[in-house]
Design a protein around this ligand. Structure first.
Ligand SMILES: Cc1ncc(COP(=O)(O)O)c(C=O)c1O
Length: 480
């Protein structure tokens, strides 16, 4: 039996890098590990980069290279790497109660406490309150939950014909059948015979690509939201169940909508009485300077998807904040909701989330994005717009994107098949920086713990990598 004292004293960590043979790991990797979103033939030829350890905002590979992780892992390590208290929270909970399910009228303490805590973090807006949470283990699962919950809601209200969910092209909502269908990634749809029925898409609010000549951002935002109303009328308002959108499209390339977009979306969903789902898997937990991003844009979602930074990525956890409009119907009408996951409300994941939120509160990570490091990043990142290779450079909270252009004066883009974004990404990796390429949009989402000096270091690295990319493209005579 463990005493509470033992629970607080995790065993010493034994570092393993001294025995690491990169070539041997790469061989095992390509022989056995099928990576997500990967060309397996290409991987087998080139081998993986083996990441072995991390601390703060840096990761190290098996060759000893130190790399500044400007993507927080995959948009998730918001509290930074090496947080002992998150490991301790997991250890303590594993020793106390590593698992129990919530299916058969049972619960566990961390899941209950986390649900209550999240309800206080998700601020009421207008007549919406978020007193309830449904847990999963990922963003994709959470969006599957949304599809199930939205349909259950309309069934319970005797409107079973309301099945259609409208989403946007270039949205990312996960990789399960429902998640990928909600998403608007044409490559994913092409491989999976997707979308599944009753999911349809409108164009994204991407000013740089979709604005008309001379159109202001504000006018474009209203026009882009209007595509939702056109789609509702095309489908038939009585058949539309919900609209889903990311506050800022992350994986699509950090597409930041004009300020006028979300209020107009709200007006339209209200007009037709359809549910609004805010997928905040990337945007919640401080990424945009708020615990939940609907607060920043001032709209009133009915369901809010979260995952990733709820645990700073230290352990998988996702979920849906269920607004009172939906919760009330599910609770008052009753009947079993035939949906859930083995790991819904996993006690270890929930304990780590509680410790992560406590840490974020103590260090004011959310507030400092809004009033300190967010504005500082904006100021520094926007200087990159002056680079001859950059068309536009924009930030929102602690995420940012820039577009690589062939001709700065005309903003002409490179031909897609040149893969210029990948050229830039290669220079980033070779120079100790992780920056993601989405087509020719280079994007970042650094840990929220970054200091001003680290932001300066990151922007200097980005500049260097842009210079190297520019020089390579010039050599190959690819510039306009
Ligand atoms: C907005 C959004 N929704 C859903 C997902 C899917 O989350 P997961 O990969 O945890 O399933 C992601 C992942 O990046 C995301 O960005």
């Amino acid at each position: 039996m463990n005493s509470p004292l033992n629970l607080m004293s995790p065993p010493a960590i034994v570092r393993r890098e001294s025995v690491l043979d990169t070539k041997a790991i790469q061989a095992l990797d390509s022989a056995h590990y099928m990576h997500p979103f990967t060309d397996h033939q290409d991987l087998a030829t080139r081998g993986s980069r083996v990441i072995t350890k991390a601390d703060g905002i840096y990761v190290w590979d098996s060759e000893g290279n130190k790399i500044l992780d400007a993507m927080s892992g995959l948009w998730c390590v918001s509290a930074g790497y090496g947080r002992t208290e998150l490991a301790q929270a997991a250890y303590q909970q594993m020793m106390e109660l590593p698992f129990y399910n919530s299916f058969f009228q049972t619960t566990n303490v961390p899941a209950t406490q986390l649900a209550a805590k999240l309800s206080t973090l998700a601020k009421p807006v207008g007549d919406r309150r978020f007193d309830h949470v449904f847990f999963s283990s990922s963003g994709s699962e959470s969006n599957d939950t949304n599809v199930r919950m939205v349909r259950r809601y309309w069934d319970l209200l005797d409107q079973p014909q309301r099945k259609v969910i409208i989403s946007r092209k270039n949205a990312y909502h996960g990789s399960t059948m429902a998640g990928a269908s909600l998403g608007g990634m044409s490559g994913m749809h092409a491989q999976g015979d997707l979308p599944i029925p009753n999911i349809t898409h409108i164009e994204q609010p991407y000013f740089f690509e979709n604005a008309l000549p001379g159109e202001t951002e504000q006018a474009f935002g209203v026009r882009a939201a209007g595509w939702l109303e056109e789609k509702i009328l095309e489908v038939g308002p009585e058949k539309v169940a919900a609209f889903i959108g990311e506050p800022v499209q992350g994986a699509g390339g950090v597409i930041i909508p004009p300020d006028s977009y979300w209020p107009e979306i709200q007006r339209i969903v209200d007009k037709y009485g359809i549910l609004l789902v805010s997928d905040e898997v990337i945007c919640a937990f401080g990424r945009l300077g708020y615990w939940f991003a609907y607060e920043k844009f001032g709209y009133k979602p009915d369901l809010v998807t979260f995952a990733k930074a709820v645990t700073s990525g230290y352990i998988p956890l996702g979920g849906v904040m269920v607004g009172n409009r939906v919760a009330k119907v599910l609770i008052e009408k009753g009947g079993e909701f035939n949906h859930g996951y083995t790991y819904s409300g996993h006690p270890v994941a929930c304990a780590v989330a509680l410790a992560n939120i406590a840490l974020m509160e103590r260090e004011n990570l959310v507030g400092r994005v809004r009033t300190d490091v967010g504005p500082y990043l904006a100021e520094k990142f926007k200087t990159l717009a002056g680079h001859p290779l950059v068309g536009v450079a924009e930030t929102c909270g602690f995420t940012a994107g820039l577009v690589l252009v062939k001709n700065k004066a005309t903003q002409e883009l490179f031909a897609e098949d040149l893969g210029v974004g990948m050229v830039c990404r290669r220079h980033c990796f070779a120079n100790g920086l992780i920056m993601r390429a989405v087509g020719d949009r280079m994007i970042i989402a650094p840990p929220l713990t970054m200091t001003h000096a680290q932001i300066d270091e990151m922007v200097a690295l980005i500049t260097r990598c842009l210079d190297l990319t520019y020089a390579e493209l010039k050599d190959k005579e690819l510039l306009g």
